[in-house]
Design a protein around this ligand. Structure first.
Ligand SMILES: C[S@@+](CC[C@H](N)C(=O)[O-])C[C@H]1O[C@@H](n2cnc3c(N)ncnc32)[C@H](O)[C@@H]1O
Length: 283
């Protein structure tokens, strides 16, 4: 069986929808806060790029438990946070965020937002053209799309170890990869196709210290692999993956790292969906 690199899965047209992928990732806000708060914390540079202003309307796409949505709202912007997970949305509402369940691949907003913000969520949305088209529709003319997601080569060592564990069992590991990790050229071209002017779009290698063990990272983010296996086999599989990763991702003090590579971009809606030039947003 061929072992995929991080770009091995075909993009968009041939790509399975989330529903077709089989067991899907489930988001437990308490587990997310415990094991993955670093994800939002490392979104700080993106908030600076967003530079939300009082009175602006901002959509936080794939908001999770709303940690960053709250920070954006603290700037005086009016934030609507959306996420596909009802559990994450409940946690965001508990934190005082205006939040609603919505699928990023089927956004229904129309010229309502000054900015769409997204941190660490777009790579979970496999129908990327549908996402970018929906964001373009949601923005007012001249509005900005400011986002960071997993980029080409993101967590490649982890992906390879997860897939290799499936290969050893005669299972299709490539089919369990839930992520879309594009490079800057590919995503930049997609943004332009949907009427955006790309102001910046770059890959940022970011080896990231984890707050806990690799097993916690896998429990938080890799359910499309583990939940394809019978419950009795999961512990052994995770132990195998952890052992395979230790030489590269655990340091001499026993601390774990993840080999993140982010794709960060700022794009501005300059064409309407019918290809007409958009006037800049009023100051
Ligand atoms: C890693 S979390 C990031 C959450 C938050 N933005 C942060 O920085 O902590 C990814 C989030 O994307 C959401 N997500 C995945 N697929 C989605 C989709 N199709 N539509 C909307 N949200 C989605 C998940 O429910 C999850 O809350």
């Amino acid at each position: 069986m061929k072992r995929p690199g991080p770009k091995a899965r075909p993009e968009d047209a041939n790509r399975q929808t989330s529903a077709e992928l089989g067991p899907t990732q489930h988001w437990d806000p308490e587990r997310y806060a415990r094991n993955a708060r670093f994800v939002a914390d490392l979104g700080a540079p993106l908030l600076t790029l967003l530079d939300a202003k009082p009175g602006e309307r901002v959509l936080d796409l794939g908001c999770g438990d709303g940690h960053l949505s709250r920070t954006i709202a603290a700037s005086g912007a009016e934030v609507l946070a959306v996420d596909a997970s009802a559990e994450q949305i409940a946690a965001a509402r508990d934190a005082g965020v205006e939040a609603r369940v919505a699928d990023g691949e089927k956004l229904e907003f129309d010229s309502e937002f000054d900015a769409v913000f997204s941190n660490a969520a777009l790579h979970w949305m496999t129908q990327a053209d549908a996402v970018v088209a929906g964001v373009a529709r949601a923005l007012k003319p001249g509005g900005r799309f400011v986002a960071e997601m997993g980029g080409a080569g993101n967590v490649a060592r982890i992906v390879n170890a997860l897939v290799a564990g499936f290969d050893r069992r005669g299972l299709d590991g490539a089919a369990a990869v839930p992520w879309y990790f594009p490079d800057a050229d590919e995503y930049g071209a997609k943004l332009r196709r949907h009427g955006f002017t790309v102001e910046s779009c770059e890959i940022i290698p970011r080896m990231t210290a984890l707050p806990g063990a690799m097993a916690d990272w896998l429990a938080t983010f890799a359910e499309t692999f583990t939940h394809r296996l019978p419950p009795a086999e999961r512990e052994a599989y995770v132990a195998e993956v952890v052992a395979a990763l230790a030489p590269d991702l655990r340091d001499s003090q026993g601390n774990w790292h993840a080999d993140y590579r982010r794709l960060r971009f700022v794009a501005r809606k300059t064409l309407s969906p019918d290809g007409l030039a958009s006037p800049p947003a009023a100051a």
